[in-house]
Design a protein around this ligand. Structure first.
Ligand SMILES: [Zn+2]
Ligand SMILES: [Zn+2]
Length: 1010
């Protein structure tokens, strides 16, 4: 027997597999399909470290096992080559990313090949291949067509070191996931995918994913973060004194026309005093008559807010100038125009009014001034802008319900007079306990209220400071809750019309619900802490003790449910009932509605970097954003010399004028290409389809019949770090592809398993910094790929983190050497049978139903048990216990002087998925011609396993006195009976009386006597 030479054997078989393409997957046939997939690697410059192969070996074992069980297996491999890792490597080493990727892929492939994987390399994909990314672009365009891709200018997470915008999923604890630099919020133009449209489906369908680990599903549920609640309007008013309103109608108008009766009623409902006089001679008014009428007939004091519509706005100004008394505010709605600013059409009143207005006087007497303009009333807008300027007033431009604010209801006027804050809450049942309202620093409503906030400077300073804090810092429960009250205004609780203070505080996030919350310190922990710090009242409204008359004194927020107290007509109801009734009440009064909120945010789908898929859109001067026609795909990434990121917030592509400037595909006019590129996670959102269609249609996924033959993926293996990123994105894209009928089912990955990390032998994460990185190439060189494979599968439960151990790899190597020596024991038998064997086909001899072992019955049973155990364990990805039972079997076989061919062959077959090289070699050595991969997985004999005999010890009063053999199917009573009838036991017991007989299954029988 030759010495075991792993180098020679492994090289030989890898060459054979490659040349014969024995792992190539063919289409068609009657075999059931099995699609086994690894999360593909980024071809970074560092190459594979020892942790990478753990998952790859697992899918390799699994896919080989499936092949042997009669499945048509697809097990491909590719490279995720676009994105930051490849680009940063290229920049650091001053090699163009395209060249760097090519080199790195080559290196990775070589590393993978020497581990002996059963990949079908004909299906290899590289995401930066234009033939591939043509279809990434195609899917994007389909999303754009369906309104799922939109342009946004909202502030996004930005990494100042990577110089690019990031998606929420790229941020970990407020830091860039790639480089750990704290991210900042930066407003920039970007493309965003509306993943939130799919939030509900992504959440619901998780329940159907029976083949997923529960913790991954839970992580996704939390990431999607659905909460059901309500959106409630809190009106904002200037804090006491309470204002009163005077509404003046316009030319030819009446107090009972247009919006005036409605507005009066709305304000009165909220408890305000409102005057809306009918003015004299409205068809032919004069200034003096109208102004005097108001002065004589209306009560005007320092708390009056005067609202004038159209000509009523001019009357309002003239009237205030005349009385020379301070008022709370002046709101001019679509004010009539000075004839001097008007070119055509003269009106009667132009001559009867004096158009000189003392703006300085108005600025002094009216506490605040607002000019309201209807955006649809073109000719008036410029004039109103000038008017707002002269008055130093806030200009509000919006859409009136009917041009010039002439509808029966004009909500914009009401919103201007009484701005409202929409708060989001999941606990509307606690609203009577609201003692203040909190706005997030990002809240837009603050900008609407600036003229009414008396401590604006302090508020703005606070908002500015909040920008420098990370989300984690802001929401950290242990951190002090800071905030500033918006002085000068209050919010009104719609349920009890109570006035409560308004704060801006950074513990409320802009992206949560409406970015505003009602604070209920008695029933919310954060609010409780804030309240204690700022000395605000606490009002308990949900009582856990009800109906006992006394509610507890709170020492902390009570966040559970209970019965409502101190909640008006809702008192006494249970939380759930109250939630329902109160939401209904809000909806009837049009003060709020049901709202579902998700933590998941739309996906920022832009990078200001070079190395990514170009976004196939063109900005046209005439047509706006236009899609690149399908026939012009792919939009290839131009070759550039300089690909470093810029600090202008623009992609380096923006400088490529030749590439950027194109004709608009729609009108032929001047257009510019979109210069943002797609993020890292674009290609990986659909690459698993590309393996299927690569050869038949050059990646064309549209109208492909092959896709449904192979989908969904039966077993997908990768790290848990992808739980809330790649696996969220890929499910989103797949569901979209389902909607546009590219694929036929709703979920891409039926089975999912996560490999645990491999730490350095010092217990730390492998890193160059610690000098604890193990390179698989070195291990293979010394011990061989089969030893590495066996060790990585044996080292511990597959999904658990474990330390690398050089001692244990030696143990694996020893096992492989023992297998090598086993051929000596089989040699004699094989030689004898050689002639006989040649008359039969190999498959008829082994792996069939009738294994004939010319050996003792104990070994025979163990073989059947091992076949069962290894098969079931591989199916369940419990590789360590599978290997351990192979080891037990080997130890037993070794004790035999000689073994039959069948035993040897069976052992090789069930070891082959783990150690394909040595098993191929030995398989060939004993005369087989075909690859061992084509052997059928042997069947075990159920009866042989069930009739297994177990030896059990018998104790009497704690001392072992005898042992008996039982069959493992015998029931407990029978076992006890056997024990008691054992001759030795009978002797020990003799005349003593038996108190108790205990049987611990398959282990021990304990007899207790008096
Ligand atoms: Zn970064
Ligand atoms: Zn155009």
């Amino acid at each position: 027997m030759k010495k075991y030479d792993h180098k020679k054997i492994e090289r030989k078989w890898q060459k054979y597999w490659r040349e014969k393409k024995i792992y190539r997957t063919k289409e068609g046939g009657k075999k059931p399909k099995c699609y086994v997939l690894d999360m593909f690697p980024y071809p970074s410059g560092e190459g594979l470290h020892i942790g990478h192969p753990r998952g790859y070996i697992a899918t390799d074992v699994y896919s080989r096992f499936k092949r042997m069980n009669g499945f048509n297996v697809l097990h491909p491999m590719g490279f995720d080559s676009f994105g930051l890792p490849a680009e940063n490597y290229a920049i650091k080493n001053k090699i163009h990313p395209e060249v760097a990727v090519k080199n790195n892929v080559k290196k990775f492939k070589k590393q993978l090949e020497i581990i002996g994987f059963d990949y079908d390399w004909d299906r290899e994909i590289i995401t930066s291949d234009p033939n591939f990314y043509k279809w990434t672009q195609w899917i994007f365009l389909k999303m754009f067509e369906k309104g799922l891709a939109y342009e946004s200018y909202e502030p996004i997470n930005f990494c100042p070191s990577c110089l690019t915008g990031l998606a929420n999923e790229d941020v970990e604890d407020g830091k860039c996931e790639r480089c750990a630099t704290p991210v900042v919020k930066k407003p920039m133009r970007q493309w965003v995918l509306k993943i939130t449209d799919y939030a509900e489906r992504m959440l619901k369908d998780l329940d159907e994913l029976k083949g997923w680990p529960e913790h991954i599903k839970e992580a996704q549920r939390n990431w999607i973060g659905r909460s059901e609640g309500g959106e409630i309007d809190f009106s904002v008013i200037k804090s006491s004194p309470k204002p009163n309103f005077l509404i003046l109608h316009g030319y030819t108008g009446r107090a009972d026309k247009n919006f005036i009766p409605w507005l009066k009623e709305e304000l009165e409902k909220k408890g305000y005093h409102v005057q809306s006089p009918q003015m004299p001679n409205t068809d032919n008014p004069t200034e003096n008559e109208q102004v005097d009428y108001v002065v004589d007939n209306c009560q005007i004091d320092k708390d009056t807010i005067v609202v004038g519509h159209s000509l009523g706005a001019i009357v309002a100004m003239k009237m205030i100038i005349k009385i020379k008394k301070p008022i709370q505010g002046l709101v001019l709605v679509a004010a009539a125009m000075d004839p001097a600013s008007q070119t055509s059409e003269s009106r009667l009143f132009h001559r009867t009014f004096n158009w000189d207005i003392d703006f300085n006087m108005l600025k002094k007497t009216a506490g605040f001034r607002i000019v309201l303009s209807d955006i649809a009333e073109n000719k008036r807008i410029n004039y109103l802008e000038k008017l707002a300027n002269n008055l130093d007033a806030k200009l509000v431009v919006g859409l009136a319900a009917k041009e010039h604010f002439t509808a029966k209801e004009e909500p914009l006027i009401l919103q201007t007079l009484l701005p409202s804050i929409k708060v989001f809450t999941t606990r509307v049942d606690t609203i009577f306990g609201c003692t203040y309202v909190v706005l997030s620093p990002e809240s837009k409503i603050i900008r609407q209220l600036t003229d009414q906030i008396s401590n604006l400077e302090e508020v703005e300073k606070y908002i500015e400071e909040a920008k420098n804090k990370t989300e984690l810092q802001r929401t950290d429960l242990t951190k002090d809750k800071t905030g500033v009250e918006l002085k000068g205004i209050k919010a009104i609780n719609p349920f009890n019309n109570e006035e409560v203070p308004i704060f801006v505080a950074d513990y409320v996030l802009g992206g949560y619900g409406t970015g505003a919350v009602m604070a209920v310190p008695a029933h919310d922990e954060r609010d409780w802490e804030f309240t204690k710090k700022h000395n605000l009242p606490v009002k308990m409204v949900v009582c856990p003790n009800y109906p006992k008359p006394i509610c507890p004194v709170l020492e902390n927020a009570y966040t559970g449910e209970g019965h409502l107290v101190g909640s008006g007509e809702f008192s006494g109801m249970k939380s759930n009932e109250a939630k329902e009734k109160m939401t209904k009440w809000l909806e009837e009064k049009k003060l709020g509605n049901k709202m579902i909120n998700y933590k998941l945010k739309d996906w920022v789908f832009s990078r200001q970097r070079y190395w990514g898929e170009p976004i196939p859109l063109i900005h046209c001067e005439n047509c706006g954003v236009v899609a690149v026609p399908e026939k012009d795909l792919p939009v290839k990434l131009p070759k550039v010399k300089f690909y470093e990121p810029t600090d202008t917030g623009e992609s380096p592509l923006a400088k490529m004028e030749k590439w950027v400037n194109v004709k608009c595909p729609k009108c032929g006019g001047k257009g510019k290409r979109e210069t943002n590129t797609m993020p890292q996670w674009a290609g990986s959102s659909w690459y698993y389809l590309a393996y299927i269609v690569k050869q038949n249609s050059k990646f064309k996924i549209q109208n492909s019949k092959l896709l449904n033959n192979w989908l969904p993926i039966d077993m997908y293996v990768g790290g848990t770090e992808h739980a809330t990123r790649h696996l969220i994105y890929a499910r989103f894209w797949y569901k979209f592809l389902y909607d546009i009928k590219v694929v036929g089912d709703k979920e891409p990955f039926a089975g999912l398993k996560n490999q645990g990390l491999i730490l350095g032998s010092d217990g730390r994460k492998m890193s160059k910094r610690w000098g604890n990185v193990v390179n698989p190439d070195d291990v293979i060189k010394e011990h061989g790929a089969d030893s590495l494979r066996l060790y990585e599968m044996f080292m511990g439960p597959f999904d658990q983190t474990i330390e690398w151990s050089m001692d244990n790899i030696v143990g694996a190597r020893r096992f492989i050497e023992k297998v090598w020596k086993l051929q000596l024991k089989a040699a004699k038998f094989i030689n004898l049978q050689r002639n006989f064997r040649l008359q039969y086909s190999v498959t008829a001899m082994v792996g069939g139903e009738n294994l004939k072992y010319k050996i003792n019955s104990k070994l025979e049973k163990l073989i059947h048990k091992t076949i069962k155990k290894v098969g079931e364990d591989i199916e369940a990805m419990k590789f360590n216990t599978a290997v351990s039972s192979l080891m037990i079997l080997l130890n037993k076989i070794e004790k035999e002087n000689e073994i039959s061919k069948n035993i040897f062959e069976t052992f090789l077959i069930i070891l082959a998925p783990f150690a394909p090289h040595i098993t191929e070699e030995l398989w060939k050595n004993i005369g087989n011609k075909r690859s061992i991969l084509f052997e059928k997985w042997p069947k075990y004999d159920k009866e042989k396993i069930e009739n297994d005999v177990i030896s059990i010890a018998i104790q009497i009063n704690g001392k072992v006195r005898a042992s008996i053999e039982i069959a493992n199917h015998e029931n407990d009573d029978k076992v006890k009976e056997k024990a008691l009838s054992n001759e030795k036991i009978k002797k020990w017991i003799s005349d003593k009386s038996i108190k108790k007989v205990l049987y611990i299954k398959y282990k021990i029988i304990s007899i207790i006597t008096n």
